[in-house]
Design a protein around this ligand. Structure first.
Ligand SMILES: [Zn+2]
Length: 92
């Protein structure tokens, strides 16, 4: 039986990408040919759609610049509601 990998448009660059749900469905891990691999919380995925193209590009670039064995994690700060991102170890 084939494993069906869900696809959607990359929240950062709008290309069609594969993703997997992780962290009990609270996060998604995207594998984007443009932005590389990154993890995003469901809440921040919603917030990212409201960012400007330039802001998304900055985050996309940050994802590609993470060192090997790390990937970008994007989340929303609970207090300020600001989108935060940082390179974190690849394993969950
Ligand atoms: Zn992308």
């Amino acid at each position: 039986m084939d494993i069906i990998i869900p696809k959607q448009n990359c929240p950062l660059c709008d290309r069609v990408v594969e993703f997997v749900g992780i962290d009990f469905g609270r996060k998604k891990k995207f594998n984007c040919p443009h932005c590389s691999v990154y993890k995003i919380s469901i809440a921040s995925e919603e917030a990212i759609t409201k960012l400007s193209k330039e802001q998304k590009e900055i985050i996309s670039k940050a994802a590609t610049q993470c060192r090997p064995q790390t990937m970008l994690l994007i989340w929303t700060d609970q207090g300020t509601k600001q989108i935060k991102y940082d390179c974190v170890p690849e394993k969950d």
